[in-house]
Design a protein around this ligand. Structure first.
Ligand code: SAM
Length: 275
């Protein structure tokens, strides 16, 4: 029988943020595939777990994926872990999962910490609808495209950013966001955890010498107001206000306002058409 592939979330700072189920799975599996084996070894030592480790990271995903699939096919149960948080979220994991699906291997998520979700829930910015864009690209053209996307996106936007690139990213956001709210979720679950709020411009004044890890939460753009009269003919538009009991003078004034045009033009139209 094939083994099972467990996708196990690990802490993003505070070592207590790991579930009992995750600990049990790490104890039970035959092998743990880790983004950085030295980093994971520290966690395993803390949990007093001793298990064979194999490295599985961005640069060896292609080759290691085949080895891991082979082991799963031989019946070994394997856990995938990344350095922090949930594998597959801006971390390795996606490739082996795609391959495992093709091979009909059972994949089991073991939920836990994820920086983007914890940053979002404490940001105070709308959690109703959101888009996660990961890290902004460094390539100028691709970056410009993403910034354009952020400029018009009406849902809350979530970004990851490396500490030494935070300033440049806030500068770019400042040029594209007008006065939208931005929250920096810094060092989540760690001693220096904090939420810094303001516009991109205000945040730039507050981040001098700030170190640590950051998630950036950005308020969505205000939706362009839909004009409900756009698709109505002038006659239908007129009838709409007539049914509300408006006088002819009031209707013409109102239509001109809705259409952002001169009321004399509207008046002439209805005069010419014998209204
Ligand atoms: N897989 C991880 C997850 O589930 O959140 C994300 C890994 S990604 C390579 C690393 C980025 O996540 C960091 O650059 C930062 O933007 C964010 N991050 C991770 N841990 C964080 C923390 N404790 N506080 C704030 N941001 C964090």
């Amino acid at each position: 029988m094939d083994g099972k592939l467990y996708i196990v979330a690990t802490p993003i700072g505070n070592l207590e943020d790991i579930t009992l189920r995750a600990i049990n799975i790490l104890k039970q599996v035959d092998l743990i595939a880790a983004e950085d084996t030295r980093h994971t070894l520290k966690l395993l030592n803390h949990l007093q777990i001793s298990k064979p480790l194999i490295s599985y990271h961005r640069h060896n995903e292609e080759t290691k994926k085949d080895i891991l699939i082979q082991k799963l096919k031989q019946g070994q149960n394997i856990a995938i872990v990344s350095d922090a948080g949930t594998p597959g979220i801006s971390d390795p994991g996606e490739e082996i999962i795609k391959q495992a699906i093709q091979e009909n291997i059972t994949i089991i998520p073991i939920p836990g910490a994820c920086a983007l979700i914890n940053a979002l829930i404490c940001s105070g910015i709308s959690t109703k609808e959101f888009v996660f864009l990961g890290f902004l690209p460094l390539n100028k053209k691709l970056r410009k495209g993403k910034l354009e996307e952020i400029k018009t996106e009406t849902k809350t936007i979530i970004l990851y950013e490396a500490p030494h690139k935070l300033k440049a990213t806030l500068e770019d956001l400042k040029d594209n966001l007008e006065n939208r709210q931005v929250v920096l979720a810094r060092e989540l679950t760690k001693i220096h955890e904090e939420f810094i709020r303001g516009t991109a411009n205000e945040l730039l004044q507050k981040i001098d010498n700030l170190k640590g890890e950051f998630v950036i939460i950005i308020e969505g753009a205000k939706p362009q107001e839909e004009n409900k009269f756009t698709n109505l003919s002038l006659e239908e538009h007129y009838k709409y206000y007539e049914n509300l009991g408006y006088s002819k003078k009031e209707i013409i004034k109102q239509i001109a306002k809705d259409k952002n045009t001169n009321k004399n033009e509207i008046y002439m139209y209805f005069t010419n058409f014998g209204e």
